[in-house]
Design a protein around this ligand. Structure first.
Ligand SMILES: Cc1ncc(COP(=O)(O)O)c(C=O)c1O
Length: 392
């Protein structure tokens, strides 16, 4: 099929919920990919934080291909080696007691919300079911996670949204304290608001909220769908903040390119989610888990994570030399770039024309390169961004 034919078929038959760039990507290696017409791109997006170890990592490809030839799917009524191994490694590396596997970030958050509500119901009975989230947060696109998302722009059309969410401004502890007076079972937050503009939370604020939650037996849920699995230079971003959330949700980078979501719980929450409380057909798929095992083996490594930090610092220090860049934000390889004059959407389009993929987050340019990006790819990508930002 030619590019024009592909575009035509896509536009004719796929529901138009996504804007698309004018390229059909066919393959990739490391942090570099190629479109159907042979153009190459340095990828500073990782498919929105998913391709954590780059395109076609040989170990990941071998594990996934081998597993596809052995057993692609079996219902989760049976044990599988990749699933059990992934659960064990994930819990051991993060210090959590148990994990539930689903297929996406929104689903991971749904599971976390269910766990928090049931924990509270079991202990205190009905009426203590509200989840506090932060203004400008993003937690997913299901009806419940849209309700959890603290951005009014998402609270449209799809009424009625799930009840029992309350949004308070990030950094305003007094507002959270006040909101917690009425029937609250959990606080859910992103340590770095990703879609909201790559904005890290204040350390002291996080600590204050965490201590408050402990005092009130309110569960602290960390949405690490975007920040988790090495993205910020730690396996979990919570390590930067010195807190141990009761529940941590993961997705995106965990699978290295295949769909997975997960929520991790502490020992205390294990009895809350017993038989028949939660399930999903595709959860813990053996191929997906085989790939995720490779991701974890590579990323949950001190030297690897140190390099993520160094790569992030290198990009930041280059960016701050560009006159058009007002400031940078984020942690590790999750980078927001605030511009002085240019529009971020225009910059994304111009970069793509010149062979660099970048994203927007609100008014910022957002960079989420693969954690394995090489120095050469990183330098090439920053040079393109520099040229675009400095062009008249
Ligand atoms: C912090 C956060 N939570 C949840 C989600 C939803 O994840 P998914 O699109 O996999 O459902 C996203 C997606 O961008 C996210 O960034």
């Amino acid at each position: 099929m030619t590019f024009e034919a592909i575009k035509q078929a896509d536009q004719s038959y796929v529901l138009g919920t996504y804007g698309r760039f004018d390229a059909c990507i066919v393959k990739g290696q490391g942090a570099t990919c190629q479109d159907i017409e042979g153009r190459t791109y340095i990828d500073f997006t990782s498919g929105i934080g998913v391709n954590s170890i780059g395109y076609a990592d040989p170990d990941w490809v071998a594990a996934v291909s081998h597993q596809a030839g052995e057993l692609a799917h079996i219902s989760n009524l049976f044990y599988t080696t990749p699933g059990a191994l992934l659960a064990k490694t994930l819990c051991e590396k993060t210090g959590y007691a148990r994990v539930f596997f689903g297929n996406s970030g929104a689903e991971a958050n749904e599971g976390a919300i269910k766990t928090a509500r049931k924990y509270s119901f079991d202990k205190y009975g009905p009426g203590r079911s509200t989840v506090i989230t932060l203004v400008n947060s993003f937690h997913g696109r299901t009806v419940t996670t849209l309700a959890a998302t603290g951005q009014d722009v998402f609270h449209n059309y799809f009424y009625p949204f799930t009840e029992g969410f309350c949004h308070v401004p990030a950094g305003d502890f007094a507002a959270l304290e006040q909101a917690a007076e009425n029937g609250v079972c959990a606080v859910m937050l992103e340590f770095v608001q990703g879609e909201g503009g790559v904005i890290p939370l204040d350390q002291d604020y996080v600590r204050q909220v965490y201590d408050f939650c402990k005092q009130r037996d309110i569960l602290f849920i960390a949405d690490e769908v975007q920040t988790g699995i090495g993205r910020t230079g730690k396996l979990l971003a919570s390590e930067h903040f010195g807190v141990r959330p009761d529940i941590t949700t993961l997705a995106k980078g965990l699978g290295g390119g295949l769909p997975i979501g997960a929520f991790l719980v502490t020992e205390e929450l294990v009895p809350v989610m017993g038989p028949s409380t939660h399930a999903t057909t595709f959860g813990m798929n053996p191929i997906v888990c085989a790939g995720a095992n490779v991701v974890l083996r590579k990323v949950a490594n001190e030297q690897f994570l140190k390099e993520v930090v160094m790569k992030g610092e290198k990009i930041r220090s280059c960016l701050t030399c560009i006159p058009e860049v007002e400031s940078t934000s984020g942690l590790g390889l999750m980078i927001g770039v605030k511009l002085r004059h240019k529009k971020s959407a225009d910059v994304v389009r111009e970069c793509l024309k010149k062979g660099l993929m970048v994203l927007t987050a609100k008014d910022k340019v957002r960079l989420l390169p693969p954690l394995t990006i090489t120095d050469k790819e990183l330098t090439q990508g920053v040079q393109i961004l520099w040229d675009v930002l400095e062009s008249k």
